[in-house]
Design a protein around this ligand. Sequence first.
Ligand code: ADP
Length: 495
Amino acid sequence: MDRQERAQASSVATQSLAAGGAWIVDAATGAARLSAGARRLVGAEAGEPVPDLIACLPLDEASQAEARAAIAAAAAGGADFDLTLHCIEGGEPAALRLSGGAVPDEDGTTRRLAGVICDADEEARLAEEVAARVAHLRSILETAQDGMVVIDAVGVVQSFSRAAERMFGYTAAEAMGRNVKMLMGEADRARHDGHLARYAATRERHIIGVGRIVTGMRKDGSQFPLHLSIGETDVDGRRLFTGFMHDLTEERRSENRTQQLQTELAHISRLSALGEMGSALAHELNQPLAAIGNYITGSRRLLADIPGTGRAVAALEKAAEQVLRAGNIIRRLRDFVSRRASERRVESLAKLVEEASALGLVGVREKRVALQYKLDPEHDAIFVDRIQIEQVLVNLLRNGIDAMETATRRELVISSRLASKGVLEIAVSDSGAGLAPQAMARLFEPFYTTKAAGLGVGLSISRGIVEAHGGDMSAENNADGGATFRFTLPLRSQA
Ligand code: ADP
């Protein structure tokens, strides 16, 4: 008998006892001793002798003969029996189930037979009820999202639910009969036998009824966090532990994602606050910048007539240029972060590229990136929303710079060419790590990122902007290393 058959047989025996009772018959005399349940069934008072078991059963003639023959055969060394016997017409119960066999003594002789007698209909009803409960329990366990594993006192897996199969990648057949340690990460695996042994010895509860987060190991060796809670039961004197497991991988991932989003939102809201503060900021900064400009002009005049101050005058001229440049940067930044409705105009690509690279390269000068323009001067006028296309360019430039972080050659090239009538293609090419094959298909998905601090929205937003302009965007690896992102935009209408 395998484990499942034994379990079934034991549950049938339990039901037979619930619907009847046990009997022992003396092989020589036929006198019977009955348990309380069996006495109730045959209508014998406690203590009342039962000289002939078969005679006091309400059986019809054929069944009586069959029962006597089976008992006689078992007493003579024959096999165990399991009979369904018919009772006298109209009687109650309608059928009895009689099972049993010889109980040999130590010397091998048979002096006694023993077995179970029960109401066959009642037994069938109980069996049905148990089967229904088992099916119900099984359906709950199979549909539950959380995995369930039952182990015995030494850690051997007794049952493995459908969700556990999905969670760990083992089938129930593979997991059953093996030690539950195989589902654990290294640290827990080494300690588990000790935990079980200590619990058996001391009954001191650590995890039972409390639950905690542990590391699970899948069949493929990958590890994942899970919440484990354990219950304990005694079944027929056997101690069993049931572990309920909740996979935390998704929760951890979305926790991280939420945290990242919150950081990013905080950043975006700071940016938009900056946008709203833009004009005030520009005003505040423009005043001192204008004053500096004026002082520089004044100083230059003062120095103009003094011989030998040529170098100082040249330095002041340089300072004046820088003041102008600072003013321009502030103006661009203010435009870039300000919230505004989309507005398309005829713009110069060259100017747009220049402004975008000024913003895109902020803070990366020390990384010594060589930026090259190869723009088609014949086709410069595009019909676009300036800020939005600058945003696309800034995204592509920043991605290129990120990809070249560890490269020895750091070259960015922005080029343009006529793609078809009325359509300009712009390409941003880098000499970085290039696009990983698995990244190719997902580049433009929102929240796809391979960077620790990345948000993964840059490319999806950029493509959205380009598509809203009637263009499209694509990416490819360069033959000599690095990646190129291309997008198309409408040229100024020729009409
Ligand atoms: P983020 O930059 O926040 O990760 P993006 O949407 O801009 O978000 O980019 C998504 C992913 O595409 C990046 O994480 C990176 O893996 C890949 N990628 C983008 N540009 C390049 C590039 N020039 N070279 C290599 N990989 C790139």
